[in-house]
Design a binder for this molecule. Structure first.
Ligand SMILES: Nc1ncnc2c1ncn2[C@@H]1O[C@H](COP(=O)(O)OP(=O)(O)OP(=O)(O)O)[C@@H](O)[C@H]1O
Ligand SMILES: [Mg+2]
Length: 317
């Protein structure tokens, strides 16, 4: 994993992802408020029965989730299941219409993403993860640039910033040829990698990754999964959003399934399997019906998919 950040500069813009610099905003632990805290420490971050509506769209309904330090909680669900809405609530972008949120066991509300970041919650959003017109190295630091000199002579240490960025990106298997290149000219996967490398480097207490692997190739996906495991081993609470059970299962400790904004279930790793998660996500019966439908297709490649689906349905959970 990364070396600790070398900069100690306190900034307000897009910063606060370093737990050491996160302000201690909570006084006193209210252990009695959480039924889940009877054993061990309170979850780093928790939501209870949250709902969110967009006009008549029920984006989330009565969803609960707790994420502990040193654990990876995977949120799984198909397109439109409410995954991004849930993490936007956790990271201060949306305010829930009902339900409550707790940070280290204490009730909390975030007025905006900056407040969530100040608590040490780093989110790599599915969209808007980087600033397209800014250079790669500026995107990596976003207001947290290392400095040299003191007082009025203090300057941004551009060389150091570019070196760190290149090293961290190299760890993700990406060779940034020109650090001044704007992020908009990178591929989707490379852009995602900048956002992930940044969140991991600045060592947040809670790391939220919204579909970090969806735009990535096999090798980069593997590297991201390795980062997820490393973050867990460093004691971070990780929330990993994906619609791919094959990516979730190997790294997850707990799996929360969403469907059309509602919770289908929450399972510890020992209580589930890749096959069970796949079948739950697609809905076993729906999957079987889809497989039959596709088998009637003429196109041989569609038939191949149908066969795979049929195998998926038959695999014992
Ligand atoms: N700002 C918004 N305004 C209106 N509707 C929204 C908004 N954000 C999300 N929705 C709706 O809420 C539902 C859940 O969306 P969300 O983005 O949370 O799904 P998701 O699980 O992240 O899907 P995907 O896998 O495609 O990213 C969708 O029906 C979506 O259209
Ligand atoms: Mg989403």
């Amino acid at each position: 994993m990364s070396e600790p950040p070398t900069n100690t500069k306190e900034t307000t813009a897009m910063s606060g992802e370093n737990p050491e610099s996160a302000p201690a905003v909570h006084t006193g632990r209210s252990a009695a408020t959480s039924p889940t805290t009877t054993e061990g420490p309170a979850p780093a971050l928790e939501v209870r029965s949250v709902s969110k509506y967009f006009g008549s769209v029920n984006a989330l309904e009565d969803v609960s989730l707790a994420v502990h330090a040193g654990q990876v909680t995977c949120v799984l669900g198909d397109n439109g299941a409410g995954k991004s809405t849930l993490i936007k609530i956790l990271s201060g972008v949306h305010t829930p219409d009902s339900g409550e949120m707790l940070f280290d066991g204490d009730p909390v509300t975030f007025a905006g993403p900056r407040e969530a970041r100040a608590h040490g919650i780093a989110t790599v959003f599915q969209d808007l993860a980087t600033v397209p017109l800014m250079s790669v190295w500026r995107n990596f630091f976003l207001g947290n640039e290392p400095t040299r000199g003191r007082g009025p002579l203090q300057r941004m240490d551009i060389k150091q910033a570019q070196r760190v960025m290149r090293e961290e990106m190299a760890k993700m298997g990406i060779d940034v040829r020109d650090p001044n290149q704007t992020v908009g000219t990178l591929s989707g996967g490379e852009r995602q990698a900048v956002a992930i490398a940044r969140a991991v480097y600045f060592g947040a207490k809670v790391l939220i990754l919204d579909e970090p692997t969806s735009a990535l190739g096999v090798r980069q996906s593997g590297i991201v999964l390795k980062y997820v495991i490393q973050a867990r081993e460093l004691g971070r609470a990780v929330i990993f959003i994906t619609h791919n059970p094959h990516h979730a299962y190997p790294v997850g400790d707990r799996f929360v399934l969403l469907k059309r904004g509602r919770m289908l279930g929450s399972y510890a790793k020992s209580d589930t399997s890749i096959a069970k998660l796949t079948s739950l996500m697609a809905g076993g019966a729906e999957l079987e019906e889809l497989s039959h439908e596709l088998q009637r297709a003429v196109d041989p490649s569609v038939k191949e998919v149908a066969k795979e689906l049929a195998a998926e349905v038959k695999t014992p959970g």
